[in-house]
Design a protein around this ligand. Structure first.
Ligand code: ADP
Ligand code: MG
Length: 240
């Protein structure tokens, strides 16, 4: 995947320009959509079914650009929180997928907290779970493990989806890289930039046709550094 320096510098340029444009474009786009909705009530036309999905696609793209560079999120204060508690809430947003996807939660150490911008990280975790679900064409499994090893919290997200080829793995996190027909390709850009800003490491292993595993490690919050892991999981080295 994209390196830390690369993601930050690309994001700085893409982000600044795109976010500026996105801001200028979003409001007129939204008001055009509103006016067209009023017009639809008055005039019947075969093109409405083309116009609205196209408009929605444009609005989604703009919104995902803004999500990456939202100044309100950038200025968010840092707090102590547990990644798996956030994941628990995020999974409830994927209820509609439970008829085809089994979600396995392995919370080995729920009390291990990290320190950072909770909403930004929540957005990143949401983007990753969404990708995992979208990678599964029919039925499959998404496994989330949360545990602590020494001074780092580990989060492992695996899916039994389509996997990622070596050629594509190196492009993960590059703004607008997508293989999906309706994709935007900003989800992982937000993931990589946010997690790197929080001192995380991100490792990706994938087997095309079998699935993908993202392993994230983040420093445990300084306040919890000297506490013990109660989960019965060894505090030192779990090797690959
Ligand atoms: P989008 O979801 O809009 O395509 P993302 O930045 O979230 O954009 O992801 C970029 C690309 O990375 C996806 O189009 C897909 O090819 C690949 N990808 C990300 N996560 C996974 C996953 N869990 N399994 C397979 N491919 C993935
Ligand atoms: Mg995505």
């Amino acid at each position: 995947p994209i390196s830390e320096n690369e993601v930050l510098s690309r994001l700085a340029s893409v982000g600044q320009i795109a976010a500026g444009v996105a801001h200028e474009v979003r409001n007129p786009l939204t008001s055009v959509k509103g006016l067209l909705q009023l017009m639809r009530e008055e005039y019947d036309h075969q093109y409405w079914d083309v116009i609205f999905p196209e408009l929605d696609q444009a609005i989604t793209t703009i919104q995902s650009l803004l999500a990456v560079s939202k100044p309100s999120l950038k200025n968010e204060p840092s707090v102590d929180f547990s990644l798996c508690v956030e994941l628990e809430n995020i999974l409830s947003l994927f209820q509609h997928d439970t008829y085809r996807i089994e979600f396995f939660k392995e919370w080995h150490d729920k009390s291990a907290k990290v320190h950072g911008k909770r909403n930004q990280i929540k957005q990143a975790l949401f983007n990753m779970v969404k990708n995992a679900c979208e990678a599964i064409p029919r039925e499959g499994r998404v496994t989330l493990s949360h545990y602590r090893v020494g001074d780092r919290v580990h989060l492992v997200l695996s899916d039994t989806g389509v996997g990622i080829s070596d050629e594509h793995i190196v492009r993960l996190g590059v703004p607008f890289f997508t293989t999906k027909p309706d994709g935007v390709g900003m989800g992982l850009t937000q993931v990589y930039s946010t997690l790197y800003e929080h001192g995380a490491t991100i490792d990706v292993k994938s087997t095309p046709g079998a699935g993908t595993t993202f392993t994230i490690t983040m420093p445990v919050s300084p306040r919890y550094k000297h506490t013990e892991s109660p989960g019965g999981v060894p505090l030192l080295s779990i090797s690959d």
